[in-house]
Ligand binder design. Structure first.
Ligand SMILES: [Zn+2]
Length: 224
């Protein structure tokens, strides 16, 4: 009996310590957002389905450039894209977001259900979980606490979903000839540098044991 109790307590402790690392700070995911997400899936990827859900196969790391958690949260919160994004409004009026946001002190926030589609990476949203890191400018480079949190989160997601790729946002363009690339609009591309090569190298080094597939090599037509 004693042993049973001990085992039980260990299980409780382990399950709590995993979920304890993630704080919940949900953005609005109402019927309007669900509808815009379904429309995005259909229009951009030819995927027609009842729910706005994805099967995660990839993790994409980002930086926000926006300097604070609250301001970054505010930018993602509303279902519709604000007028401040004329560069991508023509592609869809679904607001951008990501499933996770990591604050400068390393606190991980879950912003929406992990398997709902977020608009954070062209061509790959239907299979990619996004992780935003607050900061990323010269004045506010990503922190060591954020690096540690990203490594933890990558391992957590790897253990939960059939994740094959870990990429930095700037590497998305290498996937245009890949079977996972579903974007129908050949003119819909943006140039990205986040979350920086240095940060990606460090996260990759720390998660080497997970054996993610290599990012495809860039071909001549990419990024045009
Ligand atoms: Zn990004």
């Amino acid at each position: 009996m004693k042993q049973f109790l001990l085992t039980f307590m260990v299980i409780i402790f382990l399950s709590c310590s995993a979920s304890k690392r993630i704080e919940y700070k949900p953005i609005v995911f109402d019927e309007e957002r669900a509808e815009l997400t379904r429309a995005y899936l259909l229009e951009h990827y030819g995927i027609q389905q009842e729910s706005p859900s994805i099967l995660p196969k990839m993790i994409v790391l980002h930086w926000t450039v926006i300097p604070t958690l609250e301001e970054a949260f505010e930018a993602f919160d509303k279902p519709g894209l604000p007028n401040s994004r004329p560069d991508i409004i023509n592609a869809s009026s679904l607001n951008v977001s990501s499933q996770f946001m990591v604050d400068r002190d390393g606190t991980i926030y879950s912003l929406m259900p992990e398997t709902n589609m977020a608009r954070h990476v062209i061509g790959l949203n239907h299979c990619a979980i996004g992780v935003e890191n607050v900061g990323g400018t010269k004045e506010l480079p990503l922190t060591r606490a954020q690096l540690k949190a990203n490594v933890w989160l990558v391992e957590y997601l790897y253990n939960k979903y059939p994740i094959e790729y870990l990429i930095g946002h700037y590497e998305y363009i290498n996937f245009t000839d890949h079977p996972l690339w579903l974007e129908k609009d050949e003119t819909y591309r943006t140039l990205k540098t986040d979350p920086g090569k240095d940060f990606m190298e460090k996260v990759r080094k720390a998660t080497k044991n997970l054996n993610f597939k290599p990012v495809p090599k860039k071909t001549e037509n990419n990024g045009q």
